[in-house]
Design a binder for this molecule. Structure first.
Ligand SMILES: [Zn+2]
Length: 192
């Protein structure tokens, strides 16, 4: 199978952009190094947090915000292709546009994620939810938009015993909480 992994693509992580921008009174225009196939290449970044936009090599990418549990603001790229929110945006070199991982059909790191990575735990939680509903369309990043973790948990199917359902829900919440703690830790380190 020919996996196109996200890691091999030129990518810009919003957290590094935010860091640059915050150091320059919420507006910046600068060159910025990223890695592409193991090589360092230059990306020209222009960003303005007040005007909510970012330009990568001249291509406009709108920014959007959500409030997170602890009252701070979280910034997102708006994927120019699907309009979805994402933290990391990837370059489609052949046609020269930026898009989210889903739009470029890139395989995410969750297969290789370690226990210190929130993706790992969100992924584990989703696997538990899949025991109840194998059609559940959820992925680790969806947790970032939920104010209550159990929102992503499926309703009890009629055939399932309540005790079993509750046991799975507890397991789901346990994994999701570990994920959330790691996620918050990452967030506070960035001081967004
Ligand atoms: Zn997209």
């Amino acid at each position: 199978m020919n996996y196109r992994t996200a890691e091999k693509h030129l990518r810009v992580d919003l957290k590094s952009v935010i860091k640059l921008v915050k150091a320059h009174s919420n507006h910046c225009y600068m060159e910025y190094n990223e890695y592409y196939n193991g090589q360092k290449i230059m990306v020209f970044v222009e960003a303005d947090l007040n005007q909510r936009y970012c330009k990568l090599n001249g291509k406009l990418i709108e920014l959007t915000t959500t409030l997170c549990n602890y009252g701070s603001i979280r910034y997102w790229f708006t994927c120019p292709v699907c309009g979805g929110r994402c933290r990391v945006i990837y370059w489609q070199g052949q046609y020269d546009y930026w898009a989210c991982r889903k739009c470029l059909k890139l395989v995410y790191r969750s297969q290789q994620a370690t226990k210190s990575d929130f993706v790992f735990w969100y992924d584990k939680a989703i696997k538990v939810a899949h025991i109840i509903d194998s059609n559940l369309n959820a992925e680790p990043m969806d947790f970032l938009f939920c104010s209550h973790l159990w929102w992503l948990f499926p309703d009890k199917p009629k055939y399932m015993k309540l005790a079993k359902y509750e046991r799975l829900r507890n397991q789901f919440c346990k994994y999701a909480e570990i994920g959330q703690q790691l996620d918050q830790k990452e967030l506070s380190r960035l001081k967004l």
